[in-house]
Design a protein around this ligand. Sequence first.
Ligand code: TXA
Ligand code: MG
Length: 379
Amino acid sequence: MQRTPPDILPVDWPIEQAEPSWPTEQALDRATRVLIAGGLVAIPTETVYGLAAVALDSMAVQKIFAAKGRPQTNPLIVHVADVAMARSLAGDWPAAAETICELLWPGPITVVVPRAAIVPDVVTAGGSTVALRCPEHRLTRRLIAKLGVPLAAPSANRSLGLSPTTAGHVAESLGNRVDLILDGGPCRHGIESTVVDCTTTPPRILRLGPIHRDQLEKVLGQSVVITSFHGEGTPSQIASGAVARSPGMLVRHYAPRTPLQLSTCSAQCIARLVQSGKRVGWLTFQDEKSQLTALAASPSVIILPMPLDPDVFASQLYATLHAIDQRQLDMIVVDMPPATDAWGAIRDRLTRASIGPQEKDSRSHDSSTTHTNAFEETA
Ligand code: TXA
Ligand code: MG
């Protein structure tokens, strides 16, 4: 029998209000009931929407993997209401985790720490560590506090696709694979949290995100390593265990359905594509008046000016790519962002998105492709 599409319930909690409105409380009550019964609820966070199940309920967590088509070898982030809940899930509490939680939580940063025995194997993919995050989104924290138990929640999209930054994106990607969607509006940051392995010295960034390395180094008062996520890793990374520590970081990830190219000379690249009859979307830093003019006149090119501020760019990136996917174009060309720490997470996501499905298991990059080595391990 065909299941009906999930309900999408609006939730809102204006900052000036001490308590959420009654319809929002009712929506949270309903979400609580679905979760306690072992169901899946899509939740808003400040990064991207999550697909949540009660983290201590192995059967419910299994449903997340099935709904996403996610390999069981890829562990999930556990979302908590506060530091006390986080510590109850950790076998050991490294000093770096303590500092991050004290100074950057609630917020878009996830700490990887040794796990406690109560965390089910299915959550950690059988590993000895668990990833923990306390979201800044106060409705989601309210939901977790109401439940009194943590929520396992990966991004609420089918595996390898773009993360959702609106409730509509979730419905489009997961359809009736999710029981209920809480619609908290567009996500503020728009890219996934920074993931930091606190079990090593120095701590290691496993996934670049809204909290940049320099911010983290300032908070921790020590240097932090960034791990390369390209493919199966270099021999030295494999030897150091860096790759095994970030099992979810597949080469191709965060990708729209339309093929994407990152380019340092977009105008020429697009001119060639148009000549060969292709329809192209261009995410560009150029302003309308410069070299855009000629291409802008072409009906085969859709120009999407993007902001020069990396945080604003991040908040718009996935929504823009989701929207372009609806236009059924042949190619998306994106101007290569600057090679600075502030753009690191965006360059990481775009690089992964630019790798074709046929290349996902290969690291044989030829120098004419748009792949960069920007994320090789750096101390
Ligand atoms: O912003 C976010 O982090 C969003 C929202 C919903 O919180 N969540 C998210 O989850 O992006 P997901 O599952 O799409 O990405 C989690 C990443 C994966 O690459 C996974 O491999 C990694 O975190 N991860 C999870 N547990 C880990 C662990 N114990 N050790 C190392 N990496 C881990
Ligand atoms: Mg994801």
